[in-house]
Design a binder for this molecule. Structure first.
Ligand code: CO
Ligand code: CO
Ligand code: CO
Length: 314
């Protein structure tokens, strides 16, 4: 494991980004992320890939500064498709106030796109997965279901309205949510992506030595995702997440099999999962609402006993 006096967050935790102190009031936040298309539309795919990459900086309480494009693209595909992907990414980075100052492209059988990005945070203000405390409330800032909906999209089994909702959720920057949590002061945060809600919550719990209770009725879901799940549309990654959750989760007997899958659904560019002290929860919800994040919900709380794992109740 790499250690250094100025390395504030390194490979020792499952955090979203590394943090390195440059001076008393400045630290760098570094991250990289890229993936194959989750949807057909190249412009929106580019925007989603960049929102997802920058999300790892926002989850740490950082402010994105600079990015480099990382691109895989088949030589035989029309170049205007690549142009649209990069235009979507560039527009999204601009919205974030992040400058894309270069990049690298390789020939690849399947397109891939994302960013290596650098952000800034005040040393000591970085938010990690490790600070959650018993009694904290868990707040999720985006609804679940993007894995199910994009998988349905690939099978051409989703309505344009439902797909549009998923694209809006995935393209939304976590900037306002990150600013709200910094303003209020929270104990831990991560963003919900490929390991699903349960997997990413488990990262917070293991790093913090706490258990958690999730209340099913409070967990936000993109309208339309449930119906697709009931038609049997489940991404491979979601199945793997569900199997991996195993011993860490105690499902209440009234929690259906499909609901269990939904909580394990592999997300793309999901929301922030924030562990906030109980007495600051209302303040956080108010800040999130004022920032236009209507979907944010308290979905559960942290428990004293880490051995109990995650309990999911109706
Ligand atoms: Co992340
Ligand atoms: Co990431
Ligand atoms: Co983090």
């Amino acid at each position: 494991m790499v250690t250094h006096p100025d390395l504030l967050v390194g490979t020792g935790t499952v955090d979203d980004a590394g943090v390195y102190r440059l001076g008393d009031d400045t630290a760098l936040v570094l991250t990289v992320d890229f993936f194959p298309p989750v949807i057909d539309d190249p412009y929106n795919y580019g925007a989603i890939a960049v929102a997802n990459s920058l999300s790892d900086i926002y989850a740490m309480g950082g402010r994105p500064l600079l990015g480099l494009n990382i691109v895989g693209f088949p030589v035989e595909l029309p170049k205007n498709i690549l142009g649209e992907i990069l235009r979507g990414g560039s527009d999204k980075a601009q919205e974030a106030g992040c400058l894309i100052i270069g990049g690298h492209t390789v020939d690849d059988r399947e397109p891939k796109y994302g960013l290596a990005a650098v952000g800034l945070v005040e040393p000591g203000k970085e938010v990690t997965v490790a600070g959650a405390k018993p009694g904290d409330r868990l707040v999720l800032t985006k609804p679940l279901g993007t894995g199910i909906i994009t998988t349905a999209g690939k099978q051409e089994r989703v309505s344009p309205e439902v797909m549009e909702r998923a694209v809006a959720v995935m393209s939304k920057l976590n900037r306002a949510a990150s600013e709200a949590m910094l303003k209020v002061g929270v104990n831990a945060c991560t963003d919900v992506t490929g390991f699903g809600l349960i997997g990413h919550l488990n990262n917070i719990m293991e790093a913090s030595g706490a258990g958690a209770e999730l209340r099913l009725s409070d967990i936000p879901v993109i309208p339309g995702a449930w119906e697709l799940l009931e038609q049997g549309i489940v991404p491979g990654g979601t199945h793997r997440n569900f199997e991996g959750a195993g011993q860490r989760v105690r499902w209440h007997q009234d929690v259906s099999e499909n609901t269990r899958l939904l909580l394990c659904d592999a997300q793309t560019s999901g929301g922030l999962l924030i562990s906030v002290p109980e007495d600051r929860t209302d303040a956080l919800l108010k800040e999130l609402e004022a920032a236009g994040i209507e979907g944010a919900r308290v979905i559960g709380e942290l428990l004293l006993d880490g051995k109990k794992g995650i309990q999911v109740v109706p």
